[in-house]
Design a protein around this ligand. Structure first.
Ligand SMILES: [Zn+2]
Length: 250
């Protein structure tokens, strides 16, 4: 195995079998902005064999405060394409597919059926609800990360275990749209903290190592410096979960 992964293989409990699971995995990352940057960087560095990067946005100067995959020379270019170029250069042994579209009812039908995991780094609630529902209906583990102003949150939903995003926040039509980065501002390093956390969760789910944040939600408050987590429970009235055939947490 390439010396590239030697520091993985030095870890307690991390064997060549775990590295092979990463190599065999196909992960969809939706959103190549502030959260997507650390997620894509760490997943590519870790040797996830196939990455699909979806984002329909172009890079502008206001992104550079936190979207650390991009430089001044990239302004005006598609985020998905540039992000794919950067992480492909980081790890030429993997395959990276850029998709310059938004996740929608149309694009979801075109998604590869060999996905092993979805990481939601999107910046709007309609995408988030649609993506979660699609992933769980397709029996694909779903890691979500979200940021707003000085704070961020992250959790993991397995196809048949754990409370989902809708369980926590309620049905889409009852949730007010969160202020986006342009309206509410974003404290840049929160993207790094929460994105790195989501990458760690993705690697844990793919390898089977550690204890994923299933049925728990991690919360980061950079203003106070608080790092906390709460237990979250499936909502019996959650529409996303009605067909999930939930089993109890072990
Ligand atoms: Zn639910």
């Amino acid at each position: 195995m390439a010396s590239r992964y030697q520091r993985h293989l030095s870890l307690p409990g991390f064997t060549p079998r775990h590295q092979e699971r990463l190599d065999a995995a196909h992960v969809l990352v939706v959103g190549a902005g502030g959260l997507g940057a650390p997620v894509l960087t760490y997943l590519a560095g870790a040797g996830v064999g196939e990455l699909t990067v979806m984002d329909d946005d172009q890079i502008d100067e206001t992104n550079l405060q936190r979207q650390v995959l991009f430089t001044v020379a990239d302004i005006g270019r598609p985020k998905a394409v540039v992000a794919a170029e950067r992480v492909q250069a980081l790890n030429p042994d993997i395959t990276v597919h850029p998709l310059t579209t938004r996740f929608s009812p149309t694009t979801q039908s075109q998604m590869s059926d060999d996905l092993n995991l979805v990481v939601d780094c999107s910046d709007n609630l309609p995408t988030r609800y649609l993506l979660e529902s699609w992933a769980l209906n397709a029996d694909v583990p779903y890691v979500w990360a979200a940021i707003g102003q000085y704070a961020g949150r992250c959790s993991v939903v397995l196809p048949h275990v754990g409370a989902c995003f809708e369980c926590v926040y309620g049905p889409a039509e009852r949730v007010a749209e969160w202020p986006n980065g342009a309206q509410g501002g974003v404290f840049g390093p929160v993207c790094g903290v929460v994105g790195a956390l989501a990458a760690a969760e993705a690697i844990k789910v793919l390898t089977g190592l550690g204890q994923p944040l299933v049925g728990r939600m991690a919360m980061v408050d950079a203003w106070s410096g608080d790092l906390t987590q709460i237990v979250i429970h499936p909502d019996p009235y959650c529409r996303t979960c009605q067909d999930r055939h939930l089993t109890d947490l072990a």
